[in-house]
Design a protein around this ligand. Structure first.
Ligand code: CMP
Length: 143
């Protein structure tokens, strides 16, 4: 069965443009529950580790540079079939190809500066949520 949680990140471009609140409001109106969230400034080592699967791709250096350029806001988000539902909510990687009403269509600039990240599988969602939030922390927030 598909999991109920995914990891979303409001990226540095959107935080800098003061769209953090707008993006969270958009998600909450769409039925999402923010189970955990925090403003963080990623170190180079952290950004490299988070995007390890993309190491060697032509955009990797640019991606790490961008993700360390300012604060971002990782969130553990909850909804039925969360990974698929969140990818639908954020739209295509390139905002020029994203469907109307999606977060990237509304808030992203380009393929690189694309406002949000979303996990691409349940397995990666678990890994990525664990990257930013401990089990104990998540239990404490809602317990
Ligand atoms: P994200 O969902 O965070 O996962 C990997 C990121 O790499 C992706 O969003 C894009 O922001 C970025 N990315 C993918 N393709 C390119 C590209 N061609 N140029 C720059 N960045 C890219």
């Amino acid at each position: 069965m598909a999991g109920r949680q995914t990891l979303g990140i409001v990226k540095p471009d959107a935080v800098q443009k003061r769209n953090l609140g707008n993006i969270i409001a958009h998600l909450e109106r769409d039925g999402w529950v923010v189970r955990a969230g925090r403003l963080v400034r990623l170190s180079r080592a952290e950004a490299e580790a988070f995007y390890e699967v993309h190491r060697g791709r032509p955009f990797y250096a640019e991606l790490v540079e961008f993700m360390t350029s300012g604060p971002c806001f990782p969130m553990a988000l909850e909804k039925d079939d969360a990974v698929k539902a969140f990818r639908t909510a954020i739209g295509a990687t390139d905002p020029a190809e994203a469907a109307a009403g999606t977060i990237r269509k509304l808030f992203a600039e380009s393929k690189g500066r694309n406002a949000v990240h979303g996990s691409d599988s349940d397995e990666n969602a678990a890994r990525e949520i664990g990257f930013f939030f401990t089990e104990a922390e998540r239990a404490h927030l809602w317990g």
